[in-house]
Design a protein around this ligand. Structure first.
Ligand SMILES: NC(=O)c1ccc[n+]([C@@H]2O[C@H](COP(=O)([O-])OP(=O)(O)OC[C@H]3O[C@@H](n4cnc5c(N)ncnc54)[C@H](O)[C@@H]3O)[C@@H](O)[C@H]2O)c1
Length: 345
């Protein structure tokens, strides 16, 4: 028996939308029914690339089409809630780009609405689908690194300054979603120093410090101002350490058999530290495109009626963390607690 491909409509064809469109056009399990944008020029560009795809500036027209099973939202953050809510109310499954919404109340409403209607709601935390991130998760879960002590991560380059959101909301969703996925827990407190170097009201550099219930501490450096592009994460465990560098072409993950062992004093002498600098191993990792895997996961979650790995609840937890991080930044670095979502939908 052949299964009908899932009908999808893409809303938002700016910088990121074309990447979603390219991947959904390649996915046999999906069929793109519409591309929608308020800018007619954007739709002209979409049609010049894919002449067969219908386009519209009228979102209502897209939602009224029964052939549309799911809506993909790739518009600016401030519009996510309204566009996603209208889709859920029209009975469509929703994939919404990161961060899920502009505040936690909006995110909670979408989670509850999707649950009440029995619809799939997924957030575009793309890196969770990236093969090197998956490999690190596998290593952590297998205990290969031992107890995780701390994680540092750098996401800096000469990036596009956003007008409406700080670098925290633009870049940190990636790192937060990856850290939460790896550790299987959410940060419980955050403290952030940052500043708006170019536009005083829009911070373009932030040093985000996180504390986790297990004792793990982490730091995310996020900036749109840097002479070089760095996408580098270091995970330090009691047995091994690793470097995940997403700018590398092949050896994106390197595992270091390095560490320091503490030896209790055998008599009344001083304790001993023994340093270990052993092998460095780069595991073989698939080169599959994270966005393609993400698109496939969205379709499979709907068809199999399984909760997606980056569902509404995961999206909500990231938004709650971003709110706390932004509040800390605005308060000059004061530590802010991060609440666990009080939502049981
Ligand atoms: N997953 C990732 O790695 C990744 C990377 C970049 C951006 N993003 C996310 O993608 C989203 C879009 O970012 P972008 O950089 O492409 O923004 P953009 O401003 O370049 O594009 C947004 C597009 O949405 C259109 N639009 C705005 N309001 C609309 C509406 N009400 N109806 C229909 N179309 C509308 C605009 O005309 C524009 O073409 C953001 O949430 C961003 O965080 C995700």
């Amino acid at each position: 028996m052949s299964v009908q491909p899932l009908g999808v409509a893409l809303v938002g064809y700016g910088y990121w939308g074309p990447n979603l469109l390219r991947n959904y056009m390649e996915l046999p399990e999906a069929e793109v029914k519409w591309v929608c944008d308020v800018r007619a020029e954007a739709l002209k560009t979409a049609q010049s690339r894919y002449a067969s795809v219908p386009v519209s500036t009228a979102y209502d027209q897209v939602l009224a089409d029964p052939a549309v099973d799911a809506v993909l939202v790739a518009t600016p953050i401030s519009t996510h809630h309204a566009i996603a809510k209208a889709a859920l109310e029209a009975g469509k499954h929703v994939f919404v780009e990161k961060p899920m919404t502009a505040d936690a109340a909006q995110a909670r409403e979408l989670v509850e609405l999707a649950a009440a209607r029995g619809l799939t709601l997924m957030v575009g935390h793309t890196f969770v689908f990236s093969p090197p991130v998956r490999k690190v998760k596998e290593l952590i879960e297998a205990g290969a690194l031992g107890e995780i002590y701390f994680i540092t991560t750098q996401r800096v380059n000469l990036g596009l300054h956003q007008k409406d959101v700080s670098v925290v909301w633009d870049l940190a969703p990636h790192d937060l979603s990856v850290l939460y996925y790896w550790l299987g827990e959410h940060a419980c407190a955050v403290s952030v120093y940052g500043r708006g170097c170019i536009t005083p009201d829009v911070p373009d550099v932030a040093f985000i410090n996180l504390k986790f219930p297990s004792g793990v501490v982490a730091e995310i450096q996020a900036s749109w101002l840097s002479p070089v592009k760095l996408r580098r994460t270091i995970v330090v465990g009691s047995k091994k350490m690793l470097v995940y560098d997403d700018t590398e072409n092949v050896e994106k993950v390197k595992i270091y058999d390095h560490g320091v062992d503490f030896q209790e004093p055998s008599d009344y002498g001083e304790f001993q530290l023994s340093y270990r600098t052993g092998d460095i191993v780069a595991p073989k990792i698939s080169g599959a495109e994270p966005l393609y895997l993400e698109a496939q996961h969205f379709v499979h979650s709907i068809v199999d009626r399984q909760p997606p790995l980056t569902g509404g609840e995961q999206g909500l937890q990231v938004v709650i963390s971003l709110e706390a991080a932004e509040a800390s930044l605005r308060a000059g670095g004061v530590e802010m607690p991060i609440a666990v979502p009080p939502c049981t939908a």
